[in-house]
Design a binder for this molecule. Structure first.
Ligand code: KIV
Length: 272
């Protein structure tokens, strides 16, 4: 197990590209608050995504649709203040970029100015090309997101694997190449067949970051609450849990409750 060297330089979009060029996998995780961002950064993760999954895991909504631009900026600025090394990418939330490219640019600029993040991520391909181009032309790095795009959940109807059929797979390939051509620095591939991830990742020069997309993406991302087992009901096949923090935290808190009830806490040494 390696814990990262604090002397290492800040990760930029160029670092992420270099990792792909030399065939080293990219590690990415989500974070939404200051304390968790410090932990994720110190552990050596290269890319921290302030995902709109904050809508699910932080706010308890069923989908990612309700989270607002102001709420994303709050989460992102908390994360940025905790990060010394990783590249911080922030999701543009639903409704902040799909309408028109002027609004998209305004939303991206607010995120960059008010949170201090390093890049934005946007869900979709050809349909949002104009908005991505406008944001890129303002000097804001953009990461794409294809496959299962949770902001479109009401169009898909389910969180099942996407692009299993030829037509959808071909559109995903075309969209991925379009994102590369217009200047995106990377693309998230969510919940698609492993063979399609392999095909897309090997034909693109920019890095792909997979979630539920098999081993051949150039990097992997998970939602931090899922990896740590804080959320204990979400059990998709692609998820590997590295801890059972739900159990650890529940036991610790139950212990505290017990100590308070039995007058064990605080003791003499814990009092002034
Ligand atoms: O919002 C999010 O956490 C994401 C990742 C799952 C890629 O978009």
């Amino acid at each position: 197990m390696s814990v990262h060297n604090p002397d290492i330089k800040r990760v930029t979009t160029h670092t992420i590209q270099e990792l792909k060029n030399k065939g080293e996998k990219i590690s990415a995780l989500t974070a939404y608050d200051h304390a968790m961002a410090q932990v994720v950064d110190a552990a050596g993760v290269e890319l921290i995504l302030v995902g709109d999954s904050a809508s699910n895991v932080m706010a308890g909504h069923e989908t990612t649709l309700p989270i607002t631009l102001d709420q994303m900026i709050y989460h992102a600025s908390s994360v940025v203040r905790g990060v010394k090394r990783a590249l911080v990418v922030v999701d543009l939330p639903f409704g902040s970029y799909q309408g028109n490219s002027t609004e998209a640019l305004r939303s991206a600029i607010r995120i960059m100015k008010e949170s201090g993040a390093h890049a934005v991520k946007m869900e979709g391909g050809l349909e949002i090309k104009e908005s991505i181009v406008r944001i890129l032309s303002a000097g804001v790095p953009v990461m794409g997101h294809l496959g299962l795009t949770p902001q479109s959940i009401y169009k898909f109807g389910t969180y099942a694997v996407r692009a299993k059929e030829e037509a959808e797979a071909q559109k995903l390939i075309d969209d991925a190449h379009m994102l590369q051509e217009i200047g995106c620095f990377g693309v998230v591939l969510e919940k698609i067949p492993a063979a399609l991830t392999k095909q897309v990742s090997s034909s693109l020069s920019i890095p792909t970051i997979g979630i539920g997309a098999g081993p051949d993406a150039d990097g992997q991302i998970l939602v931090i609450h899922d990896l740590l087992g804080i959320t204990n009901e979400f059990k998709p096949r692609f998820l590997r849990r590295y801890a059972d923090l739900h159990k650890v935290m529940t036991e610790a808190i139950a212990h505290y409750v017990d100590d308070v009830k039995t007058n064990d806490f605080p003791n003499e040494k814990e009092a002034y």
